[in-house]
Design a protein around this ligand. Structure first.
Ligand SMILES: [Zn+2]
Length: 184
């Protein structure tokens, strides 16, 4: 029943095999991310390639997806795009962190094992902002600005146009059916 990405795997063996994985993990399955997002729909997509750098098992990650965060100014949902890559050094003990080259992020793989879910969840947490806010302040207060007022009227204009078209289309359809009736 459990998905392959939820299984702890031996990172040393994966590095020796230069293993590759393509995966999509539903956000609802990421328990540490759950309290930070506004909705649990959607998935985190990614790719991981394992390799060795000297003695160290390395996971090269690419992750992509969109999560809905709650803007801390207006408390409405805002999409946050995830598009990141990282090179992670998987170490069995904290004591090995000092031997990790500077360009790699050390991450603990207790007993030399980790699941792809833990790996991706850790990176997703790093990709989220500490405080989510709409980048454009105007997005927080739509009723207050003049621009938004004119935008409100536009859908009604479109609706009137659509209704007109629908009426014309139904008239045209009636004509066709009359034609058919005459022929038969
Ligand atoms: Zn906002």
């Amino acid at each position: 029943m459990s998905e392959p990405w939820s299984q702890p795997m031996d990172v040393g063996a994966l590095a020796d095999a230069q293993a590759d994985f393509e995966l999509a993990i539903p956000l609802a399955e990421l328990s540490r991310v759950r309290p930070l997002v506004g909705t649990l729909s959607g998935a985190l997509h990614g790719h991981v390639h394992f390799e060795r750098e000297g003695e160290i098992a390395v996971a090269a990650l690419e992750l992509a997806g969109t999560v809905q965060l709650t803007c801390q100014r207006c408390l409405r949902l805002m999409p946050w795009k995830i598009d990141g890559r990282a090179r992670v050094a998987l170490i069995a003990h904290d004591s090995q962190a000092s031997s990790v080259p500077e360009q790699l992020e050390p991450m603990l793989a207790p007993g030399g094992k980790t699941s792809l879910r833990d790996l991706f969840e850790e990176e997703l947490l790093l990709a989220l902002p500490i405080v989510a806010l709409h980048t454009d302040e105007r997005a927080c207060a739509p009723a207050a600005s003049q621009e938004e007022d004119s935008a409100v009227h536009r859908p009604f204009e479109r609706l009137a146009e659509l209704l007109k078209r629908t009426t014309e289309a139904s008239v045209a359809r009636e004509d066709t059916s009359h034609g058919r009736t005459k022929k038969s």
